[in-house]
Write a new protein. Structure first.
Length: 365
């Protein structure tokens, strides 16, 4: 009965969130000739400028094979933006422009930027112990071990907490045990990440969800909500909202002249290698073009690029069941994929990334 009530409440919240958007799914403005300046869609309208594939001299013959691949792999929504303008916006099955979808761990990128804003506003310092914001006793560690863990460790998956536990999502103190010294090993452990919600709340005196809405979502015209699901806090929104967040990233924290995150040092560190144990990981962002990488659930280091077929400067939010937010500064591209598991049921990176980019390379000829 509890599960039925939760699902009913979830459906209600998601429906309410979706109804904020216009029912018109085709409010786009095609422009010609192609402008080169960055574009930001209006905050209070579904109008969105578009660019045709033919105007970009892309390979239109590759469009249909791409759609077939996406549909076969359980995709619900797929968007490509160039300089912020829509090149492709495609929905599959019964999924529509107004429907909300879970981001899963792609939403970690939203949390990372929220941490950066809280630091810029003077509420926290990522080099400080997380005890400063969580208080003592948030784990089962000794006082010294606990105080040695910084906010930076939570951002970089290097807390040293035991990850071989019954529930990797559990944030209760009895689930948070010592394994090794902080900063000595990288492992994709969800519980220390989730504690960033409480760190932001403790630092700002404002609930993490509301702080994130006020500082990011509402300022760039996103919709969507953070929902608590068990120990996790997961973001749900429509595909265009994820695309808007991609535009904010592409423009280095600035939205149409308004600075959302102006700490350039934090922005640079967030989207570059954050530690020397996993070159392909920044502050909760995945990075391409590095010499090696580690993946969720594994302790070993793998040689080569995270996504061999993708541009080296790609950085991404990657979530369970192949939720994807790719940002490629060199090409001024933002790409969104939301849908079901494409085949491997992994927590972030998967072979789907490289297969998709093989097709995208044929399209973006």
């Amino acid at each position: 009965m509890k599960n039925q009530l939760f699902l009913a409440a979830l459906a209600f919240v998601l429906y309410s969130c979706s109804s904020d958007s216009s029912d018109n799914e085709d409010q786009v403005i095609t422009i010609n000739p192609i402008p080169s300046e960055a574009y930001f869609p209006p905050l209070t309208s579904d109008d969105w400028e578009t660019i045709a594939i033919t105007d970009l001299d892309w390979n239109i013959a590759a469009e249909e094979p791409l759609y077939n691949f996406l549909e076969e792999r359980g995709t619900d929504a797929f968007i490509i933006l160039k300089d912020g303008r829509i090149v492709i916006e495609k929905y599959f099955g019964d999924f529509t422009q107004n429907d909300n979808h879970v981001w899963n761990s792609a939403g970690k990128t939203l949390t990372a930027m929220t941490v950066g804003i809280a630091q810029e506003e003077g509420f926290l310092n990522i080099n400080n112990s997380s005890v400063d914001y969580l208080g003592n006793g948030w784990s089962s560690l000794t006082t010294e071990q606990e105080e040695n863990i910084t906010v930076w460790n939570h951002l970089t998956m290097t807390t040293g907490l035991e990850y071989d536990v019954d529930d990797v999502f559990c944030t209760d103190p009895e689930c948070l045990l010592f394994r090794n010294e902080s900063g000595e090993f990288w492992f994709y452990h969800n519980a220390p990440y989730t504690l960033l919600d409480k760190i932001i709340t403790g630092a700002t005196g404002t609930d993490f969800k509301n702080y994130s809405y006020a500082k990011i979502r509402d300022k760039i015209g996103m919709q969507g909500v953070w929902l608590s699901v068990g120990f996790n806090t997961i973001y749900f929104s429509n595909a265009r909202s994820m695309a808007r967040f991609g535009i904010l990233n592409l423009n280095n924290g600035v939205w149409d002249g308004e600075t959302i995150l102006g700490d350039t040092a934090f922005l640079t560190d967030m989207k570059n290698t954050s530690q020397n144990m996993n070159e392909a990981y920044g502050y909760l962002y995945w990075l391409n073009g590095k010499g090696s990488y580690r993946v969720p659930g594994a302790e070993i280091e793998l040689s080569g690029k995270l996504i061999p077929n993708a541009p080296n400067d790609l950085y991404a939010g990657l979530g369970k069941n192949d939720q994807k937010l790719y940002v490629i500064p060199s090409e001024k591209l933002v790409i969104v994929r939301l849908g079901d598991d494409a085949g491997e049921t992994l927590l972030g990176p998967s072979s789907f990334d490289n297969e998709l980019w093989g097709l995208l390379n044929t399209l973006i000829d």
